[in-house]
Design a protein around this ligand. Structure first.
Ligand SMILES: Cc1ncc(COP(=O)(O)O)c(C=O)c1O
Length: 395
């Protein structure tokens, strides 16, 4: 007789054990909007785990645009973009996004995850190779797994390892895929070197700007603009779930590439399109990103202040160059315990443990918003100092 496939579920006790110990950090119930102060399970806490970088998720203009779009188009498009699920608002934001990032065309998927899944899986065919940074986001890995091509990885931001892979696969059609700002590490991809190598070995480059769009570059256009090399980015991906205060994902590139993706990416063809309320929010956020550059300036000043302050307290901030600041704390259990103490002290952070990080290198990931005030930041630092000392991470 075969075994019961539910056996593994009945034996899955890790969550219950952590709940019993009081250290379970996931799926906590938020009972308010996503500002710097939120109510989590009945208590006000200062958030350092949000991706609402520019603070637009509760901007009155964004909320108004979302309501208006729902009133005009209803709550759902009830079908795929390919068939009945494309309306004029989807097309409007695609044009607006493409213009903003300086690409010929763009396509809007229902999530950022879907964008990577669909675009990567259809762009790489059997005889071709996709080379990713080892710390690229999980949605990139998923896209690679779904493609029929060969997958290769290079050590994080290690250009000689990337070149080794390019030499190994020389002669095959190749796509290099990197995060602009790495989601857990907060460092920026070495785009100038990647671009040199891509030219040398005739590879194309795909940059996931999930955490960099709206955040870096003089006008918030991301990694290419940050390095003054926008034309060298062949395919630009961005999620709408972070700086754009909504949900959804864009792929921007040449007209022919976007046309190919629109007709071959399974994750746009076989899923319903983004509800108009979400598209309305993207529309207004794209305007605000361009009209209110002071938000980006404030965000980056906050990032610098916090990087310096954590370092002077004695924390290891790794190579953070962005509003994502990971603090190394050691074992998984220490990360969970510190998370709990921070939570009780009124700070809502994220523990990142194995397998997302190597054994013994668990982190507390912190991230900042343009709307964190100095008071919030000082409160966060005071609590991290207390908790870091309690667990012997700092002196
Ligand atoms: C680098 C990166 N790419 C893609 C995604 C997926 O985007 P979304 O959450 O909008 O689906 C994320 C989400 O966290 C991300 O961090």
């Amino acid at each position: 007789m075969g075994s019961d496939i539910f056996e593994k579920c009945f034996n899955f006790q890790t969550v219950n054990e952590f709940k019993k110990m009081g250290y379970y950090p996931y799926y906590h119930r938020v009972e308010s909007e996503q500002g710097p102060e939120i109510i989590v399970e009945g208590k006000k806490r200062i958030v350092v785990c949000s991706n609402n970088y520019l603070g637009l998720a509760n901007h009155p203009k964004v909320i108004e645009a979302s309501i208006k779009a729902a009133q005009r188009y209803g709550t759902s498009c009830t079908g795929s973009r390919l068939l009945n699920g494309t309306n004029d608002l989807h097309e409007k934001v695609e044009r607006k996004f493409a213009k903003f990032v300086g690409k010929e065309d763009a396509v809007l998927f229902t999530t950022g995850h879907h964008s990577n899944l669909g675009a990567l899986s259809c762009l790489i065919s059997k005889s071709e190779v996709i080379i990713t940074d080892k710390l690229d986001h999980a949605s990139i890995v998923d896209g690679c797994r779904l493609s029929f091509g060969q997958m290769a990885r290079f050590r994080h931001n290690d250009m000689s390892d990337l070149e080794r892979q390019l030499i190994k696969h020389q002669g095959k059609g190749t796509l290099i895929v990197v995060d602009g700002i790495f989601s857990m590490e907060g460092d920026i991809t070495n785009f100038p070197e990647i671009s040199k190598l891509a030219k040398k070995y005739r590879a194309r480059i795909f940059v996931d700007e999930a955490h960099s769009l709206g955040v870096i570059g003089e006008n918030g256009r991301g990694t290419g603009e940050h390095f003054n090399m926008e034309n060298e980015v062949d395919v630009l991906m961005a999620t709408a779930s972070k700086s754009m205060a909504s949900i959804g994902g864009f792929i921007a590139s040449k007209v022919e590439v976007i046309d190919y993706i629109k007709h071959n990416a399974r994750s746009i063809i076989f899923t319903a399109s983004l509800p108009s309320a979400c598209v309305g929010a993207i529309d207004a956020s794209l305007d605000l990103i361009q009209q209110e550059p002071e938000r980006r300036t404030k965000l980056m000043n906050t990032a610098k202040k916090m990087q310096e302050a954590f370092k002077s307290l004695g924390f290891n901030t790794n190579n953070s160059e962005s509003p994502i600041i990971p603090l190394t704390v050691g074992t998984d259990i220490v990360a969970f315990k510190m998370w709990r103490m921070l939570f009780d002290e009124g700070v809502f952070a994220s523990p990142v443990v194995t397998p997302a990080v190597p054994e013994g290198q668990a982190i507390i990931r912190t991230s900042y918003m343009a709307t964190h005030s100095d008071e919030h930041l000082n409160f966060i630092l005071e609590k991290f100092k207390k908790v870091g000392k309690a667990y012997g991470i700092i002196e």
